[in-house]
Design a protein around this ligand. Structure first.
Ligand code: FAD
Length: 333
């Protein structure tokens, strides 16, 4: 049993000040669906937990303006079922609705979802010291490389780590060029969601680019980039309550019967939410056919590297992209 100090600030500024005082041992908590798990597994050992759920302004969902704005504490279920989001931005609604379970989506926040940690079994189940994991114990090695690697990444891997970035929502957000608003000890700032994630390289323990004590306050989506011709297509071992083996977030802008611009991002196959520019370039200016969709899917995996048991992800991933493109195009009025 770990003991920790619990703080319940009423404003975002109070929360950030408490984090600055608590230093590296501080953690914010929102829905708690990830953090408490990791504490029980002895992977996270915070000395101070800052419960931000009492900060009213962080719960707000705004869909009327030029950009959509989701407070970091908005529940996943509320954003997934918001009338504007589900009608005009299916890629966002579907990414949320296909994640976890209804009960979890009711508890979990859209901000906390961005910061969940990998489900790599060697990361989560080895805290007793049975298996090495560079993400959990830097420098200890990686048991997944050469081990049971069926669920591991094929894109963005390094000699130190092949753990998959587990979230669905971040993949959709990267596809629509979403941003995050932050508040930290040095004041507010914003950045693209894409810039939140690091590649593992030699330091897989550093997954995010947040500065110490920085809190996500909101997620913003430019209205122009998210549209009705979009989808989040997720393939998993069972049809609900499972993480992606491969997923694709696709947003299409059509001019007549040609693709003016395609946005494609991948989940379940990479060490971070993965934009696929090679696929996007292949599609630009073209008429979508099943053959082109599959070629674009394969282009997305051109730089992929498989291990012993996960080579199936290359073809599964390509076909997931292809199917997503067809589904999105069929949403044309
Ligand atoms: C059984 C199970 C199945 C799941 N399946 C899926 C799935 O299929 N797809 C999927 O995408 N997810 C899945 N999840 C993960 C789930 O979606 C996340 O646990 C959830 O979104 C995290 O949100 P939370 O509010 O509970 O975060 P918390 O657990 O409260 O926090 C998570 C992390 O974010 C930090 N944090 C939280 N809010 C902020 C903030 N505003 N600013 C800065 N830091 C913050 C915390 O310190 C912590 O490190 C699953 C989870 C479980 C338990």
């Amino acid at each position: 049993m770990q003991s920790f100090r619990l703080i319940r600030p009423r404003t975002a500024q109070e929360a950030v000040s408490a984090a600055a005082q608590g230093g590296a041992a501080s953690r914010f908590i929102a829905g708690g669906t990830t953090l408490y798990d990791l504490m029980k597994l002895n992977i996270e050992r915070p000395g101070q937990v800052i419960d931000i759920t009492g900060i009213g302004e962080l719960h707000r969902i705004e869909t009327a303006g030029e950009e959509l704005r989701f407070g970091a504490l908005a529940p996943m279920s509320a954003v997934a079922t918001d009338a504007v989001v589900s009608r005009d931005h299916p890629v966002l609604a579907e990414a949320l609705a296909k994640a976890a379970s209804q009960q979890l989506r009711n508890m979990a926040s859209v901000g906390g979802n961005l910061l969940q940690r990998t489900r790599c079994p060697y990361f989560r189940n080895g805290a007793g010291g049975v298996y090495p994991c560079n993400k959990r114990e830097p420098g200890s090695g990686c048991a997944a490389i050469g081990g049971l690697d069926r669920s591991q990444a094929v894109l963005g891997t390094s000699e130190a780590c092949t753990a998959v970035s587990p979230g669905d929502w971040p993949v959709a957000l990267v596809a629509v060029d979403a941003g995050i608003e932050l508040l930290g000890p040095n004041g507010p700032r914003s950045m693209p969601v894409d810039a939140l994630y690091r590649l593992p390289g030699e330091t897989p323990q550093h997954e995010f680019t947040l500065a110490p004590g920085e809190m996500i306050t909101a997620i913003t989506v430019p209205r122009r980039n998210a549209g009705r011709l979009s989808t989040y297509h997720k393939i998993r071992d069972r049809e609900s309550y499972a993480f992606a083996l491969a997923s694709a977030a696709v947003v299409l802008e059509l001019e007549g019967d040609r693709i003016a611009q395609a946005r494609v991002a991948l989940g379940g196959v990479a060490t971070r939410p993965w934009r696929a520019p090679a696929a996007e370039q292949m599609l630009a200016g073209q008429r979508l056919t099943p053959e082109l969709a599959l070629a674009a899917g394969h282009a997305a995996f051109r730089d992929a590297r498989a291990g012993h048991h996960n080579a199936f992800k290359l073809e599964l991933g390509a076909r997931t992209v292809a199917d997503a493109l067809i589904i999105a195009a069929e949403r044309r009025p």
